[in-house]
Design a protein around this ligand. Sequence first.
Ligand SMILES: Cc1cc2nc3c(=O)[nH]c(=O)nc-3n(C[C@H](O)[C@H](O)[C@H](O)COP(=O)(O)OP(=O)(O)OC[C@H]3O[C@@H](n4cnc5c(N)ncnc54)[C@H](O)[C@@H]3O)c2cc1C
Length: 305
Amino acid sequence: MNPSPFERLERLLPQETLAHGPLMAEYTSMKVGGPARLMMDVRDAEHVRLALDAAAREGIPVLRLGNGSNLLVADEGFEGLVLHFGRSFSRVTLEGESMTAEAGAPLMGLSRLAGEHGLTGLEFAAGIPASVGGAALMNAGAYGSEMAEIVTQVECLDGRGRRLRLGRGEIGYGYRHSRMMDEGLTVLSVTVALRRGDPELIANLVRDYQRRRREKQPLSYPSCGSFFKRPEGYYAGALIEAAGLKGCRVGGAEVSRLHAGFIINVGKATAADVLALMRHVRETVKAASGVTLEPEVRLIGVSGE
Ligand SMILES: Cc1cc2nc3c(=O)[nH]c(=O)nc-3n(C[C@H](O)[C@H](O)[C@H](O)COP(=O)(O)OP(=O)(O)OC[C@H]3O[C@@H](n4cnc5c(N)ncnc54)[C@H](O)[C@@H]3O)c2cc1C
């Protein structure tokens, strides 16, 4: 019998890096999502290149997964190859004021490392539970700063596994937006430029940001952080609160009472619960204020409409 496209793909990849049918709920901060057909624990760039090239030839969809803190995957799961950028692909090098990290390195760890070396620029990232690859792609930001201000180079692979080095001016950064997102590029490593700073001031700023998060965000529940993008001239959370939606629930998904911009998993929420609540929030806010909320969360296998 002829091997299937997945079997042909698998033969090219090291078996010890592959998992069959892992539940995406275990890899996402919202704790929902069905099984992935195949997942590769990324250990080196060469296997990512091989995987992308083979998946393109075989017509197998690819999902890049960092820390899963901004992903909502369907209950049916993902019928394709998940490239997981985690601990096994997270080496970091620091040269003077320049830090380069493989895509799976935790952003919070980079923020800590920068502080320990008296380098300023990554304080805003102290509470963002991202991988550096996901954060570079999403242009993650907080408290008036964002990745776009510090990223100087992103090393990527395109859909066929060709290597690209994008300098600052080529990344096309916008609000929670980048060229890597538009072109489906896979981020391998990210270089950021930091500056010398006062270690005490850096530590104080980090502590202040972390305190503000603990006070204002429902950190004890699974979530994807702010579910919606900030609409121009408004705050999504304020619009949702004004529409009377705090505490609104569908199944195990709830609009947080602490921060209405967060949808939290208060029980055994399914992706369908979260989506139904998301749609209800969008419709209600649109009717109340005329503003259309767009999800910041990346929806996989489901539609936002
Ligand atoms: C409690 C909490 C607080 C948060 N606070 C903030 C905040 O203050 N500011 C903010 O901006 N966000 C925040 N977020 C959202 C989230 O952390 C960011 O969007 C983050 O950048 C996602 O990174 P990740 O590694 O988890 O990416 P994932 O969720 O794994 O993926 C997000 C997107 O990036 C893509 N991706 C991931 N890795 C790669 C790669 N190597 N190459 C190509 N594509 C890739 C995925 O395909 C997907 O499209 C918060 C989330 C939570 C749960």
